[in-house]
Design a protein around this ligand. Structure first.
Ligand code: ADP
Ligand code: MG
Length: 322
């Protein structure tokens, strides 16, 4: 009997194959398990096998800009003070307001302040305003009067009734012309400073988008909460068909829903990293969230998590899904 072990097993297997449609039942889970192992090696985690099936039919992809197409390693640009303040105070106040924020802008400001030996001071009533900025209460201290402190874009400050002088608007335009994203700092409805930040396109972004096109992706969109100039520059660099800027989180979601409705047969994927992308990720056919660099909320909203290099696995992922 010992010499015929294979001879015993082969008929057993044959009986199994004949008596149940195993080939049909086993094929999909087996393929899925193999796929998941392949994906795991590339830092891709899928939440359920239906995600891959959805991805196979995608023909439109929307990308978030900051942190997704760009590295998110923001660099501090110019810092300018207005009125009585000086630029060191401006940077320290901004870092104090941003110390609890998980936004890439916040991280860059806190890092820059620390490396200039400006320790953030304790603040109260922290409020994150996704796609806009942050608000806190700065307690009075011997060297400052305290008050309501805002750091964010121009729209946020206008909404909060901060008054602008022509000097501030000229300074904003100058930063924009230098390719920097201007962030305003206000204390009790007065603009006290302006901080510029810079970001760079990921080295592989253009190439990855070209590969996606050669795989039949028909349209690529860039959706950004940043200003038009910055968003258009990135869209041009990767050769996107559509670009939208100055979007609040709910605007991104609304735009995506409209894009899906426009051509129901064209499935839409969204790729994003931030808390501002969570509604858009949930509004797409397939949401791909960058984990690690971005926000937990985005990771929750995504159907698929990109844990390592976010862009490089995309063409392989698409091929695998098909
Ligand atoms: P993107 O969609 O390009 O990733 P976001 O929606 O995260 O951009 O941010 C949009 C804009 O909102 C930023 O360009 C900035 O002006 C402002 N903003 C958002 N979060 C913050 C923050 N924590 N501090 C300052 N500004 C912020
Ligand atoms: Mg982002």
């Amino acid at each position: 009997a010992g010499r015929s072990a294979p001879l015993v097993w082969m008929p057993t297997l044959a009986v199994l194959v004949v008596t149940c449609p195993c080939s049909l039942i086993l094929a999909t889970p087996a393929a899925m398990m193999a796929a998941q192992a392949w994906l795991a090696r590339r830092g891709v985690l899928i939440k359920g096998s239906a995600v891959l099936e959805q991805l196979a039919t995608v023909s439109r992809i929307a990308f978030d800009k900051t942190g997704t197409l760009t590295t998110g390693q923001l660099q501090l640009g110019d810092v300018q003070a207005f009125g009585q303040a000086n630029s060191q105070e401006v940077l320290r106040w901004a870092a104090s307001a941003e110390q609890s924020s998980e936004h890439l802008i916040a991280q860059a400001i806190v890092r820059a302040a620390r490396s200039a030996s400006l320790e953030p001071q304790p603040v109260e009533d922290f409020l994150a305003l996704p796609g806009a900025g942050v608000a806190v209460r700065l307690p009075a201290a011997p060297n400052n009067p305290g008050g309501r402190l805002l750091v964010g874009n121009r729209r946020l400050l206008v909404e909060q009734d901060v008054s602008f002088t022509p000097e501030v608007d000229v300074a904003i335009e100058r930063l924009e012309s230098l390719g920097q994203t201007p962030l305003l700092v206000s204390l009790d409805r007065q603009v006290v400073g302006l901080i510029g930040v810079r970001d760079t396109l990921r080295a592989e972004a253009t190439h990855v988008v070209q590969e996606l096109r050669s795989l039949g992706i028909e349209q690529i969109a860039v959706l950004s909460g940043d200003r038009w100039a910055a968003a258009q520059e990135i869209a041009r660099a990767i050769g996107a068909d559509q670009v939208q800027a100055e979007l609040r989180p709910e605007d991104k979601a609304r735009w995506l829903l409209a894009w899906r409705r426009e051509r129901a047969e064209m499935k839409v994927a969204m790729i994003g990293d931030g808390v501002n992308d969570a509604p858009a990720l949930a509004s797409s056919d397939v949401g791909l969230a960058l984990a690690g660099v971005g926000s937990d909320l985005a990771a929750d909203a995504g159907d698929l998590l990109l844990m390592g290099d976010p862009l490089a696995p995309l063409p392989g992922l698409l091929k695998l899904s098909r």
